[in-house]
Design a protein around this ligand. Structure first.
Ligand SMILES: [Zn+2]
Length: 398
């Protein structure tokens, strides 16, 4: 792979507050080999190396969407769509969705529930270079209870032996992590309510232990306050949604948040790009309550990571920035938001080679017009995306 020297008005080296004005990034064979002042690198780097001069632009680390479902089509009937689509057709659609995300500057995608492990095949063809796309981490089949949330994906387990067997099957299929639907959800007709637990505390501990035996972390879908606490105590790596629901409405528990922070559990507070509509449907009182809880968690030092739940009804692929704008609407600083999308996400996902722009890191890079630290909207003006050093998006091919 050839070398390139990217020169821009600024480089967000990451964390986002670490900014190099008039910076440059030297990429060689898919890896960042130097980051620094453009004036110095322009002189020191061999004149034969091509320069990509990006006036008015910012280079930042490739972003991560920590919660997507590539097998879902974001339409009104995803269950029908995912169950009734043939594997080859579904695989093609998944590759298209992955490309949409890459075009939005997302170079890492964590898929938290697919059908038949199709994401693993896509991951591998992207990794081999046969297909252009973001790096994928695949959870394959999510564990759920009998008749539980997303049971249509085939991961219903009731006994301890069934839990062990499903985790072994996922590991065998090439899963990068284990996903458990620890509480109910909104997608599955007749399933448990969102606040209701789908597993016991002992089962959650078993899931984490078994996953660890296969070298895998656990991401837990958890809406219910009780379930969130049990997941944290069981040792999951990330809590998905974390909406603090009970039969009586939102009941926030700051003691659980203390344990979330203490155990370095990351929270993926999934929000689609369409969040304004979602808030409207929620009603202003509940929306206000939800905002306050997120602020409390932020104040307590929770490590938030960025995720869209793309694929579920209304959560379109490629509207990644819309999700980030939700956090801006709550008063998060742009630097904090960029960290959720980059360095914090990489940490939570166990990826040590992405999330910041530094020598030795994978060249997962996004070049945008303007400065996303002062105007988040700049992230919508993607000029180039490099995925592991490969120029995957450029203006002439959209
Ligand atoms: Zn999801």
């Amino acid at each position: 792979m050839s070398k390139v020297l990217i020169i821009a008005d600024r480089v967000v080296a990451g964390p986002a507050e670490h900014l190099i004005a008039d910076g440059a990034v030297l990429v060689d064979s898919g890896v960042v080999v130097a980051v620094g002042a453009a004036a110095e690198l322009d002189v020191s780097v061999d004149a034969q190396v091509p320069r990509l001069r990006c006036h008015g632009a910012t280079v930042l680390p490739g972003m991560a969407d920590c919660h997507v479902h590539l097998a879902f089509d974001a339409g009104p009937d995803i269950v029908g769509a995912v169950v009734d689509t043939e594997s080859s057709e579904l695989s093609t659609a998944m590759a298209d969705r992955a490309r949409l995300m890459l075009a939005a500057g997302v170079t890492t995608v964590r898929d938290l529930g697919d059908r038949d492990g199709l994401t693993v095949a896509l991951r591998d063809s992207i990794r081999s270079g046969a297909v252009t796309g973001p790096r994928i981490l695949a959870a394959t089949t999510p564990l759920t209870s009998r008749g539980g949330h997303c049971g249509f994906l085939g991961g219903e387990v009731t006994t301890d032996d069934a839990i062990r067997a499903q985790i072994a099957r996922n590991a065998e299929a090439g899963a990068d992590l284990i996903k458990v639907m620890a509480s109910g959800g909104a997608l599955t007709p007749g399933g448990p309510r969102m606040w209701e637990p789908q597993f016991t505390a002992a089962q959650l501990r078993l899931i984490v232990r078994e996953a660890a035996r296969h070298g895998l972390d656990v991401a837990a879908h958890a809406h219910g306050t009780e379930t969130i606490g049990q997941c944290v105590d069981a040792g999951v790596r990330t809590i998905e949604h974390c909406s603090w629901r009970t039969a009586e409405g939102i009941v926030y528990d700051s003691a659980i948040t203390g344990r979330i922070v203490g155990h370095d559990v990351a929270v993926c507070r999934c929000v689609s790009g369409d969040w304004e509509l979602f808030l409207k449907q929620m009603g202003s009182e509940r929306a206000q309550q939800m905002a306050e809880v997120i602020q409390e968690m932020r104040g307590a030092g929770v490590r938030f990571i960025a995720g869209t739940d793309a694929g579920v009804p209304g959560a379109r692929f490629g509207d990644y920035v819309g999700m980030l704008e939700f956090f801006a609407s709550l008063g998060f600083r742009n630097a904090e938001i960029l960290d959720m999308a980059t360095v914090n996400a990489a940490h939570a996902l166990g990826l040590r080679d992405t999330g910041v722009v530094a020598p030795g890191m994978r060249a997962d890079l996004v070049v945008v017009d303007g400065n996303p630290l002062t105007e988040l909207d700049a992230l919508r003006r993607v000029r180039y995306v490099f995925a592991a050093g490969r120029l995957a998006v450029r203006p002439d091919n959209g």
